[in-house]
Ligand binder design. Structure first.
Ligand SMILES: Cc1cc2nc3c(=O)[nH]c(=O)nc-3n(C[C@H](O)[C@H](O)[C@H](O)COP(=O)(O)OP(=O)(O)OC[C@H]3O[C@@H](n4cnc5c(N)ncnc54)[C@H](O)[C@@H]3O)c2cc1C
Ligand SMILES: NC(=O)c1ccc[n+]([C@@H]2O[C@H](COP(=O)([O-])OP(=O)(O)OC[C@H]3O[C@@H](n4cnc5c(N)ncnc54)[C@H](OP(=O)(O)O)[C@@H]3O)[C@@H](O)[C@H]2O)c1
Length: 381
């Protein structure tokens, strides 16, 4: 029997569909992907994620080779790897092109000609820690190689300064009961600018721009998760998933639709603008009609002057939310970890305190117990 596919032995999957979800007038680029698992023997559960091994954009690799004065044919050994390989291959598949550290700046200093050495020494001696941090964060390896053209590390020194290119995880947006041989993803494509240069997120643009439809060459694995729907179908569920955070809830609701589950299910969805960013709007309408979803509250942050977020909708419905929670509902949050998940957590605490008439200590204890019972689950990134 062939070895099962996993993170150490990814399956070369076929991308079978790619469809933009946000409108062309959106300020975001949110894309739906369907990946076929045909021939892999892989299975998945609602709540699991798909791991994807990306490669860097060929133009970015060529630009970096040019900037460093390399041909690409130089043989290099990635630390802890058994065999050497060509620098071009290492940069394309194995190493991150972003995230240089001051250790690399020091190396450039040690390899630089007179003019660059003085400027590099100045950078290394920057006394303000905030400014020092911001300067390096604004730069990728190519910026440094171009800004200090006399500083020429060897190919091997460059490779030893880079981090490994890691797989990215994506919450699965389909349910196995409806799509047993297929995995759907909802991906926000990362494009931004720093230090006057356009940057691209490696994996989101790999999926959006570089993976060829229909070819079996997308390396993936299924990452199991503890995040998942309640074992008892009768349990009510509250799902908070703004932006791409809605992905696992599409899976939960598809599963309910496929298996005829019609217990209470409440989704809070938010994004920038209703006309441009209402992900899967028609699907939610159909699920509301059948009862696979029983309630939907939306928060479109940029459709009015004042920002409105999912936690505002939670607060507006505090009494009802509290009724659901006190009757045993599970509470799920997925999406941005830095701001959204924290604010939603604060809103949950405020609702429990106000509606349950609890002190801050009793509230904290109540929410802690909710988590302990597996009734407060988060999938945040
Ligand atoms: C469990 C889990 C589930 C996830 N599910 C999803 C999902 O369903 N959908 C989804 O889209 N993502 C999801 N993610 C995030 C996903 O794994 C990737 O992190 C994301 O796609 C970005 O990867 P990338 O390779 O395109 O970007 P990278 O090359 O990793 O670049 C991202 C980095 O770029 C920098 N950056 C980004 N924007 C800016 C900016 N405006 N200004 C300055 N710097 C910036 C930041 O340093 C950021 O860390 C999930 C993550 C986890 C851990
Ligand atoms: N730069 C950052 O700090 C940051 C943070 C999160 C995500 N991102 C990027 O955005 C992409 C992910 O996009 P996504 O579609 O998953 O979601 P998203 O764009 O982060 O947000 C979806 C919705 O959540 C709103 N939102 C913003 N802050 C919030 C908060 N504190 N509480 C509740 N809702 C909040 C957004 O409103 P507004 O946008 O109108 O405020 C938007 O309406 C990724 O590419 C990621 O790199 C960046």
């Amino acid at each position: 029997m062939p070895a099962p596919y996993d993170k150490t032995n990814p399956f070369a999957a076929r991308l079978v569909a790619r469809r933009r979800l946000s409108s062309p007038a959106s300020q975001k680029e949110t894309v739906h992907f369907s990946v076929s698992l045909d021939g892999s023997g892989l299975t998945y559960k609602c709540g699991d994620s798909l791991g994807v091994f990306p490669t860097n954009a060929p133009e970015a690799v060529e630009a970096m080779l040019r900037a460093g004065g390399f041909t690409g044919a130089e043989q290099v050994l990635i630390p802890k790897d058994p065999a050497p390989l060509a620098l071009r291959e290492a940069l394309a598949r194995r190493l991150a092109l972003n995230g240089p550290t001051y250790k690399f700046v020091q190396l450039l200093h040690d390899r630089a000609g007179e003019s660059d050495r003085a400027r590099l020494a100045e950078r290394l001696a920057e006394p303000d820690p905030e400014r020092k941090k911001a300067w390096i964060e604004q730069r990728e390896f190519i910026d440094l190689l171009e800004e200090f053209p006399t500083a020429r590390p060897s190919a091997q020194e460059l490779v030893e300064s880079q981090r490994r290119l890691m797989p990215r995880l994506y919450s699965i947006a389909s349910a196995p009961a409806l799509h047993p041989g297929e995995i759907h993803l909802t991906v926000a494509v990362v494009r931004y600018e720093t230090n006057g240069r356009r940057r691209e997120g490696v994996c989101s643009t790999y999926l959006a721009d570089r993976v060829r439809l229909g070819e079996a060459d997308l390396p993936v694995f299924v990452a199991e998760s503890h995040f998942g729907p309640p074992a008892d179908d009768a349990t009510p569920i509250i799902m908070v998933g703004p932006g791409t955070g809605v992905a696992p809830f599409r899976s939960f609701v598809q599963d309910r639709a496929a298996r005829g589950v019609r217990s209470p299910a409440w989704l809070f969805f938010g994004d920038q603008r209703k006309d441009h960013d209402f992900l899967y709007a028609e699907e939610w309408a159909e699920h509301l009609r059948t009862g696979a979803l029983t309630r939907l509250d939306t928060a479109f942050s940029r459709d009015q002057e004042r920002k409105v977020y999912v936690q505002d909708r939670m607060r507006e419905n505090a009494a009802e939310l509290w009724r659901w929670l006190s009757s045993g509902a599970f509470f799920y949050v997925c999406g941005d970890a830095k701001r959204m998940a924290k604010d939603v957590d604060a809103a949950l605490h405020a609702i429990v305190a106000e509606q349950g008439g609890m002190t801050p200590e009793a509230t904290a204890q109540w929410v802690k117990q909710l988590k302990k019972d597996g009734r407060y689950q988060r999938d945040v990134y």
